[in-house]
Design a protein around this ligand. Sequence first.
Ligand SMILES: NC(=O)c1ccc[n+]([C@@H]2O[C@H](COP(=O)([O-])OP(=O)(O)OC[C@H]3O[C@@H](n4cnc5c(N)ncnc54)[C@H](OP(=O)(O)O)[C@@H]3O)[C@@H](O)[C@H]2O)c1
Length: 319
Amino acid sequence: MIACFQPKYGTPNDLVIKEVPIPEPNSSEILVKILARTVNRTDTGVQSGKPFVVRFFFGFWHPSNEISGTDFSGVIVKKGESVTTFEVGDEVYGFYDIGLKTHAQYACIDTKRTIFKKPAFLSHEMAAASCEGAHYAYYFMDKVKVDPSKKILVNGGTGAIGSAMTQMLVDKGCEVTVVCAPGYEETMKSWGVNKVYNFANKVFLKDESRYHYIFDCVGKSTFFECKHLLTKGGAYISSELGPWSQNLFLSLLTPLLPGKKVKFPLPLDSKKSLTYVQDLFVRGKFKPLLDRAYELSNIKEAFEYALTGQKKGNVIIKS
Ligand SMILES: NC(=O)c1ccc[n+]([C@@H]2O[C@H](COP(=O)([O-])OP(=O)(O)OC[C@H]3O[C@@H](n4cnc5c(N)ncnc54)[C@H](OP(=O)(O)O)[C@@H]3O)[C@@H](O)[C@H]2O)c1
Protein backbone atom coordinates (compact mmCIF):
# COMPACT_ATOMS: atom_id res chain seq x y z
CA MET A 1 0.00 0.00 0.00
CA ILE A 2 1.08 3.63 -0.24
CA ALA A 3 1.21 5.84 2.82
CA CYS A 4 2.22 9.39 3.67
CA PHE A 5 5.08 9.51 6.19
CA GLN A 6 5.94 12.58 8.29
CA PRO A 7 9.52 11.88 9.45
CA LYS A 8 10.05 15.40 10.82
CA TYR A 9 8.31 18.70 11.49
CA GLY A 10 8.53 20.93 8.45
CA THR A 11 6.76 21.78 5.21
CA PRO A 12 4.65 19.55 2.94
CA ASN A 13 7.87 18.93 0.98
CA ASP A 14 9.17 16.97 3.98
CA LEU A 15 6.34 14.45 3.64
CA VAL A 16 7.41 11.14 2.10
CA ILE A 17 5.03 8.97 0.07
CA LYS A 18 6.20 5.35 0.36
CA GLU A 19 5.10 1.87 -0.61
CA VAL A 20 4.92 -0.28 2.55
CA PRO A 21 3.29 -3.63 3.49
CA ILE A 22 -0.37 -3.56 4.59
CA PRO A 23 -0.30 -3.63 8.43
CA GLU A 24 -1.71 -6.55 10.45
CA PRO A 25 -4.36 -5.73 13.08
CA ASN A 26 -3.59 -6.75 16.66
CA SER A 27 -6.21 -8.38 18.86
CA SER A 28 -8.24 -5.19 19.54
CA GLU A 29 -7.85 -3.55 16.11
CA ILE A 30 -9.73 -3.48 12.83
CA LEU A 31 -7.93 -3.20 9.49
CA VAL A 32 -9.74 -0.62 7.36
CA LYS A 33 -9.41 -0.16 3.61
CA ILE A 34 -9.70 3.62 3.56
CA LEU A 35 -11.81 5.16 0.82
CA ALA A 36 -11.80 8.80 2.00
CA ARG A 37 -10.04 10.97 4.58
CA THR A 38 -9.29 14.69 4.84
CA VAL A 39 -6.24 16.90 5.10
CA ASN A 40 -7.31 19.27 7.85
CA ARG A 41 -5.79 22.00 10.01
CA THR A 42 -4.99 19.49 12.76
CA ASP A 43 -2.91 17.55 10.18
CA THR A 44 -1.13 20.70 8.99
CA GLY A 45 -0.50 21.76 12.61
CA VAL A 46 1.05 18.38 13.44
CA GLN A 47 3.10 18.27 10.23
CA SER A 48 4.51 21.76 10.72
CA GLY A 49 4.94 21.46 14.50
CA LYS A 50 3.32 24.89 14.82
CA PRO A 51 2.28 26.45 17.09
CA PHE A 52 5.09 25.01 19.24
CA VAL A 53 2.59 23.84 21.87
CA VAL A 54 1.43 21.04 19.50
CA ARG A 55 4.77 19.30 20.15
CA PHE A 56 3.71 18.58 23.74
CA PHE A 57 0.86 16.48 22.37
CA PHE A 58 2.22 15.08 19.10
CA GLY A 59 5.92 14.46 19.85
CA PHE A 60 8.61 16.90 20.95
CA TRP A 61 11.38 16.32 18.36
CA HIS A 62 9.34 14.83 15.50
CA PRO A 63 5.71 13.74 15.00
CA SER A 64 5.15 10.61 17.12
CA ASN A 65 2.86 9.08 14.47
CA GLU A 66 5.08 8.24 11.53
CA ILE A 67 2.06 8.30 9.16
CA SER A 68 -0.19 11.39 9.05
CA GLY A 69 -4.01 11.48 9.17
CA THR A 70 -6.68 11.92 11.83
CA ASP A 71 -9.96 10.82 10.18
CA PHE A 72 -11.20 8.14 7.81
CA SER A 73 -14.11 6.44 6.15
CA GLY A 74 -13.80 2.99 4.64
CA VAL A 75 -14.56 -0.71 4.91
CA ILE A 76 -13.28 -3.29 7.42
CA VAL A 77 -11.23 -6.00 5.68
CA LYS A 78 -9.83 -7.82 8.73
CA LYS A 79 -10.29 -7.75 12.50
CA GLY A 80 -8.42 -8.86 15.62
CA GLU A 81 -9.69 -11.89 17.57
CA SER A 82 -11.09 -9.84 20.49
CA VAL A 83 -13.12 -7.45 18.30
CA THR A 84 -16.84 -8.19 18.75
CA THR A 85 -18.48 -4.86 17.94
CA PHE A 86 -17.54 -4.80 14.24
CA GLU A 87 -17.54 -7.33 11.41
CA VAL A 88 -15.49 -7.65 8.24
CA GLY A 89 -17.42 -5.81 5.52
CA ASP A 90 -18.80 -3.10 7.85
CA GLU A 91 -18.49 0.42 6.46
CA VAL A 92 -17.05 2.61 9.21
CA TYR A 93 -15.75 6.11 9.80
CA GLY A 94 -14.01 7.85 12.67
CA PHE A 95 -11.64 10.42 14.09
CA TYR A 96 -8.90 10.83 16.69
CA ASP A 97 -7.21 14.23 16.93
CA ILE A 98 -3.91 12.73 18.15
CA GLY A 99 -3.71 10.75 14.91
CA LEU A 100 -4.89 7.52 13.29
CA LYS A 101 -2.28 7.12 10.49
CA THR A 102 -5.09 7.27 7.93
CA HIS A 103 -3.18 9.02 5.14
CA ALA A 104 -2.60 5.53 3.78
CA GLN A 105 -4.56 3.03 1.73
CA TYR A 106 -5.09 0.84 4.83
CA ALA A 107 -4.90 1.55 8.56
CA CYS A 108 -5.21 -0.52 11.73
CA ILE A 109 -7.55 1.30 14.09
CA ASP A 110 -7.96 0.36 17.74
CA THR A 111 -11.63 -0.18 18.56
CA LYS A 112 -11.31 1.98 21.68
CA ARG A 113 -11.09 4.97 19.31
CA THR A 114 -14.17 6.85 18.08
CA ILE A 115 -15.50 4.64 15.27
CA PHE A 116 -19.05 4.67 13.90
CA LYS A 117 -20.80 2.38 11.44
CA LYS A 118 -21.38 4.57 8.38
CA PRO A 119 -25.08 5.07 7.60
CA ALA A 120 -25.83 3.98 4.01
CA PHE A 121 -27.12 7.44 3.08
CA LEU A 122 -23.70 9.00 3.79
CA SER A 123 -20.95 8.87 1.18
CA HIS A 124 -17.43 8.04 2.37
CA GLU A 125 -16.39 11.62 1.51
CA MET A 126 -19.23 13.12 3.60
CA ALA A 127 -18.50 10.77 6.50
CA ALA A 128 -14.78 11.67 6.60
CA ALA A 129 -15.63 15.37 6.27
CA SER A 130 -18.06 15.26 9.19
CA CYS A 131 -15.36 14.74 11.80
CA GLU A 132 -12.55 17.23 12.51
CA GLY A 133 -14.22 20.64 12.03
CA ALA A 134 -17.51 19.47 13.57
CA HIS A 135 -15.68 18.05 16.60
CA TYR A 136 -14.05 21.41 17.38
CA ALA A 137 -17.30 23.29 16.64
CA TYR A 138 -19.13 21.12 19.18
CA TYR A 139 -16.60 22.02 21.88
CA PHE A 140 -17.03 25.76 21.22
CA MET A 141 -20.75 25.34 21.91
CA ASP A 142 -19.99 23.21 24.96
CA LYS A 143 -18.32 26.22 26.68
CA VAL A 144 -21.51 28.31 26.81
CA LYS A 145 -25.29 27.94 27.05
CA VAL A 146 -26.61 27.80 23.50
CA ASP A 147 -30.40 28.06 23.15
CA PRO A 148 -32.95 29.79 20.87
CA SER A 149 -32.75 33.02 22.91
CA LYS A 150 -29.12 33.53 21.87
CA LYS A 151 -27.82 35.84 19.17
CA ILE A 152 -24.45 34.62 17.91
CA LEU A 153 -21.83 35.92 15.47
CA VAL A 154 -19.65 33.33 13.71
CA ASN A 155 -16.45 34.63 12.13
CA GLY A 156 -15.21 32.33 9.34
CA GLY A 157 -18.33 30.49 8.17
CA THR A 158 -16.52 28.84 5.24
CA GLY A 159 -13.87 27.04 7.31
CA ALA A 160 -14.20 23.43 8.45
CA ILE A 161 -15.03 24.54 11.99
CA GLY A 162 -17.13 27.57 11.00
CA SER A 163 -19.27 25.74 8.44
CA ALA A 164 -20.09 23.00 10.97
CA MET A 165 -20.62 25.56 13.75
CA THR A 166 -23.03 27.62 11.67
CA GLN A 167 -25.26 24.63 10.90
CA MET A 168 -25.21 23.48 14.54
CA LEU A 169 -26.27 26.92 15.81
CA VAL A 170 -29.08 27.22 13.26
CA ASP A 171 -30.29 23.78 14.38
CA LYS A 172 -30.28 25.02 18.00
CA GLY A 173 -32.65 27.82 16.91
CA CYS A 174 -30.19 30.68 17.52
CA GLU A 175 -30.18 33.91 15.55
CA VAL A 176 -26.93 33.58 13.61
CA THR A 177 -24.83 36.20 11.83
CA VAL A 178 -21.92 34.89 9.77
CA VAL A 179 -18.77 36.60 8.51
CA CYS A 180 -17.41 34.62 5.58
CA ALA A 181 -15.51 34.45 2.30
CA PRO A 182 -17.13 36.21 -0.67
CA GLY A 183 -19.37 34.06 -2.86
CA TYR A 184 -20.79 32.02 0.03
CA GLU A 185 -23.67 34.32 0.99
CA GLU A 186 -26.27 32.06 -0.68
CA THR A 187 -24.86 28.92 0.99
CA MET A 188 -25.13 30.64 4.38
CA LYS A 189 -28.70 31.80 3.69
CA SER A 190 -29.65 28.27 2.56
CA TRP A 191 -28.44 27.00 5.97
CA GLY A 192 -30.80 29.45 7.72
CA VAL A 193 -28.34 32.19 8.67
CA ASN A 194 -29.99 35.56 9.46
CA LYS A 195 -27.28 37.96 8.33
CA VAL A 196 -24.11 37.51 6.28
CA TYR A 197 -21.02 39.75 6.11
CA ASN A 198 -18.24 39.45 3.55
CA PHE A 199 -15.04 39.32 5.64
CA ALA A 200 -13.37 42.11 3.63
CA ASN A 201 -12.20 45.09 5.71
CA LYS A 202 -13.81 43.62 8.84
CA VAL A 203 -17.02 45.56 8.10
CA PHE A 204 -18.83 43.34 10.63
CA LEU A 205 -17.13 45.35 13.38
CA LYS A 206 -19.50 48.22 12.49
CA ASP A 207 -22.58 46.02 13.06
CA GLU A 208 -25.18 47.76 15.27
CA SER A 209 -26.43 44.45 16.69
CA ARG A 210 -25.17 43.05 19.97
CA TYR A 211 -24.36 39.36 20.41
CA HIS A 212 -24.44 36.99 23.37
CA TYR A 213 -21.49 35.10 21.89
CA ILE A 214 -18.87 35.65 19.22
CA PHE A 215 -17.31 32.45 17.89
CA ASP A 216 -14.22 33.29 15.85
CA CYS A 217 -13.69 30.01 14.02
CA VAL A 218 -10.67 31.26 12.02
CA GLY A 219 -8.88 33.30 14.67
CA LYS A 220 -8.89 36.44 12.52
CA SER A 221 -10.19 38.85 15.15
CA THR A 222 -9.36 39.69 18.75
CA PHE A 223 -11.48 40.04 21.88
CA PHE A 224 -10.61 43.74 22.15
CA GLU A 225 -11.69 44.42 18.53
CA CYS A 226 -15.00 42.61 19.03
CA LYS A 227 -15.81 43.48 22.66
CA HIS A 228 -18.23 46.29 21.74
CA LEU A 229 -20.34 43.78 19.76
CA LEU A 230 -20.97 41.63 22.84
CA THR A 231 -23.93 42.04 25.16
CA LYS A 232 -23.23 42.66 28.86
CA GLY A 233 -21.81 39.37 30.16
CA GLY A 234 -21.35 38.06 26.60
CA ALA A 235 -18.51 35.71 25.68
CA TYR A 236 -15.85 35.59 22.96
CA ILE A 237 -14.34 32.25 21.88
CA SER A 238 -11.62 31.79 19.26
CA SER A 239 -10.03 28.76 17.59
CA GLU A 240 -6.63 30.45 17.87
CA LEU A 241 -4.51 31.58 20.80
CA GLY A 242 -4.45 35.14 19.40
CA PRO A 243 -1.59 37.68 19.55
CA TRP A 244 0.86 36.79 22.39
CA SER A 245 -1.46 33.86 23.27
CA GLN A 246 -3.81 36.45 24.75
CA ASN A 247 -6.93 34.26 24.47
CA LEU A 248 -5.43 31.78 26.89
CA PHE A 249 -4.57 34.45 29.48
CA LEU A 250 -7.86 36.31 28.99
CA SER A 251 -9.80 33.07 29.50
CA LEU A 252 -8.14 32.81 32.94
CA LEU A 253 -8.46 36.51 33.80
CA THR A 254 -11.91 37.58 32.55
CA PRO A 255 -13.91 35.08 34.66
CA LEU A 256 -12.48 36.83 37.75
CA LEU A 257 -13.74 40.22 36.57
CA PRO A 258 -17.27 41.51 35.98
CA GLY A 259 -18.32 41.98 32.36
CA LYS A 260 -17.53 40.32 29.08
CA LYS A 261 -15.61 37.04 29.05
CA VAL A 262 -13.12 35.17 26.91
CA LYS A 263 -13.48 31.40 26.93
CA PHE A 264 -11.08 28.89 25.47
CA PRO A 265 -12.49 25.76 23.82
CA LEU A 266 -11.08 22.47 25.07
CA PRO A 267 -11.89 19.71 22.60
CA LEU A 268 -12.31 16.51 24.59
CA ASP A 269 -14.13 13.25 23.90
CA SER A 270 -14.79 12.85 20.16
CA LYS A 271 -17.35 10.09 20.82
CA LYS A 272 -19.59 12.69 22.44
CA SER A 273 -19.13 15.32 19.71
CA LEU A 274 -19.46 12.95 16.78
CA THR A 275 -22.50 11.17 18.23
CA TYR A 276 -24.11 14.61 18.29
CA VAL A 277 -23.05 15.19 14.67
CA GLN A 278 -24.46 11.83 13.58
CA ASP A 279 -27.82 12.80 15.06
CA LEU A 280 -27.70 16.05 13.04
CA PHE A 281 -27.03 13.99 9.90
CA VAL A 282 -29.95 11.68 10.57
CA ARG A 283 -32.24 14.70 11.06
CA GLY A 284 -30.93 16.28 7.82
CA LYS A 285 -29.53 19.28 9.71
CA PHE A 286 -25.87 18.99 8.77
CA LYS A 287 -24.06 18.69 5.47
CA PRO A 288 -20.27 19.08 5.60
CA LEU A 289 -18.91 21.70 3.24
CA LEU A 290 -16.67 19.97 0.68
CA ASP A 291 -13.84 21.69 -1.16
CA ARG A 292 -11.61 19.93 -3.67
CA ALA A 293 -10.41 16.31 -3.68
CA TYR A 294 -6.91 14.90 -4.29
CA GLU A 295 -5.53 11.42 -4.93
CA LEU A 296 -3.50 10.00 -2.03
CA SER A 297 -0.41 10.08 -4.25
CA ASN A 298 -0.84 13.89 -4.51
CA ILE A 299 -1.38 14.49 -0.80
CA LYS A 300 1.50 16.99 -0.54
CA GLU A 301 -0.52 19.35 -2.76
CA ALA A 302 -3.48 18.94 -0.40
CA PHE A 303 -1.27 19.92 2.57
CA GLU A 304 -0.01 22.96 0.61
CA TYR A 305 -3.58 24.00 -0.12
CA ALA A 306 -4.86 23.49 3.46
CA LEU A 307 -1.91 25.53 4.75
CA THR A 308 -3.03 28.55 2.71
CA GLY A 309 -5.94 28.93 5.16
CA GLN A 310 -8.23 29.25 2.15
CA LYS A 311 -9.94 25.89 2.01
CA LYS A 312 -13.71 25.90 2.01
CA GLY A 313 -14.75 23.33 4.58
CA ASN A 314 -13.00 20.05 3.91
CA VAL A 315 -10.27 18.86 1.54
CA ILE A 316 -10.80 15.20 0.66
CA ILE A 317 -8.13 12.59 -0.09
CA LYS A 318 -9.50 9.81 -2.24
CA SER A 319 -8.27 6.20 -2.28
N1 LIG B 1 -7.75 24.91 18.61
C1 LIG B 1 -7.67 23.77 17.90
O1 LIG B 1 -7.58 22.70 18.43
C2 LIG B 1 -7.74 23.87 16.39
C3 LIG B 1 -7.95 22.73 15.64
C4 LIG B 1 -8.08 22.86 14.27
C5 LIG B 1 -7.96 24.09 13.70
N2 LIG B 1 -7.68 25.17 14.48
C6 LIG B 1 -7.53 26.50 13.91
O2 LIG B 1 -8.82 26.96 13.60
C7 LIG B 1 -8.78 27.77 12.45
C8 LIG B 1 -9.83 27.33 11.49
O3 LIG B 1 -9.58 26.04 11.01
P1 LIG B 1 -10.52 25.50 9.85
O4 LIG B 1 -9.98 24.18 9.45
O5 LIG B 1 -11.94 25.61 10.24
O6 LIG B 1 -10.23 26.62 8.76
P2 LIG B 1 -10.07 26.44 7.20
O7 LIG B 1 -10.95 25.31 6.79
O8 LIG B 1 -8.63 26.46 6.88
O9 LIG B 1 -10.80 27.74 6.62
C9 LIG B 1 -10.44 29.02 6.68
C10 LIG B 1 -11.58 29.76 5.98
O10 LIG B 1 -11.68 31.06 6.54
C11 LIG B 1 -11.85 32.00 5.49
N3 LIG B 1 -11.24 33.25 5.90
C12 LIG B 1 -10.00 33.72 5.62
N4 LIG B 1 -9.80 34.92 6.19
C13 LIG B 1 -10.93 35.21 6.84
C14 LIG B 1 -11.34 36.32 7.62
N5 LIG B 1 -10.54 37.37 7.84
N6 LIG B 1 -12.58 36.32 8.14
C15 LIG B 1 -13.41 35.27 7.95
N7 LIG B 1 -13.08 34.19 7.20
C16 LIG B 1 -11.86 34.16 6.67
C17 LIG B 1 -11.14 31.39 4.30
O11 LIG B 1 -11.71 31.93 3.12
P3 LIG B 1 -10.79 32.49 1.88
O12 LIG B 1 -10.41 31.30 1.10
O13 LIG B 1 -11.65 33.36 1.04
O14 LIG B 1 -9.60 33.19 2.47
C18 LIG B 1 -11.39 29.90 4.48
O15 LIG B 1 -12.56 29.48 3.84
C19 LIG B 1 -7.37 27.70 11.91
O16 LIG B 1 -6.71 28.90 12.24
C20 LIG B 1 -6.75 26.52 12.61
O17 LIG B 1 -5.38 26.67 12.84
C21 LIG B 1 -7.60 25.09 15.82
